[in-house]
Design a protein around this ligand. Sequence first.
Ligand code: NAD
Length: 380
Amino acid sequence: MSNSSTGTKQNQRSTQHIVLLPGDGIGPEVINSARQVLQACAQKYNVTLTFTEAAIGGAAYDRCGHPLPQATVDQCCAADAVLMGAVGGPAWDKLERQLRPESALLGIRQAMGVYCNLRPAILYPQLGAASPLRSDVAAKGMDLLICRELTGGIYFGDRGRETIKLPDGQTVESAWDTERYNTLEIERIARWAFKSAQARRRHLTLVDKANVLESSRLWRETVTNLASDYPEVQVDFLYVDNAAMQLLRRPYDFDVILTSNMFGDILSDEAAEISGSIGLLPSASLGKADRPGLYEPIHGSAPDIAGQGKANPLATILSAAMLLRYSLNLPQAAAAVETACQAVLSAGYRSEDLQVVGSSQPVMKVGTQGMTDAVLSYLK
Ligand code: NAD
């Protein structure tokens, strides 16, 4: 299912314009890798790709005093697709909230209207030894897709702080954040999840906290009402605390997980760890069919390894594959990149984040460019 296949944009232009947002920390390093892979695909599949870099995050703050300059927003909204690295780092941690690099993430997602965040998480058999799961569980693999709502909920809700007086006369500081969803927001992401399930193993799990939260009860009602439009999809429900456990006990049982912004944020990091490393998981954020998608690895800027050439570029390269599939309507190129990444792992290439304890095969330790070169050689 491609984003463009549901709309009018069918790769009509021979030149596709991609905005790159390197950001901070390892962001520029992994974006550089993904760009090389996209350029190789352009040659192989006879498309013209043009690239522009725009500033975001701490790098943008340092350059122009704001983590999300209007020029960046304008460039992203006018592109065919946007590929982002990561933002954030200790240098900017003490800035006020709206100037912190992370606020640019929420800002760009909202400005581009990308409400549907697709996060595939696969435990490749060749990485069983890198997963923290017991070997008999890891042996059964994992291949799931998290459909996370991205522009609503508690990350965007009303928030504030105030000093209040308790009944006993004490004065204390209080703070609140608000989880609020409407049926339209739930329906549009739920339809993505149902359609994704139709194209996969036809099983959808809604993860919520409906035993406590009113907003979760609205999610359940809305998804239950929609289910009759997709009779071939089996639907079940899990509370988020139970889902976190079941992901560890039986990750192989999940197909599509539909969930809210915050629960999706947390569960996808758990799924990443199960897969062997957060350096492996890509994401696509999509909105209306005729609008550009935003693609990014799910990891952060990893300040602890930035500038050392150690970052695993596969999550960003796989995000570029999603970009080829969903925004440029080049499913063959996307599949070729995904196959090349798998081949590299099968051949034993390992960046530092992929633990090699107990691996039965010969291992080649590589850095960011070594891993990129390996992917490029399999692509050719
Ligand atoms: P992180 O994902 O940056 O790093 C967590 C751990 O995973 C670190 O040990 C890091 O070295 C490792 N890691 C992450 N990506 C890797 C890769 N590609 N290859 C090898 N190892 C990798 O999370 P964090 O440490 O909690 O956050 C660091 C900064 O990133 C913070 O400022 C945070 O706010 C920001 N952040 C940004 C995003 C984003 O841009 N989308 C997401 C999460 C965190």
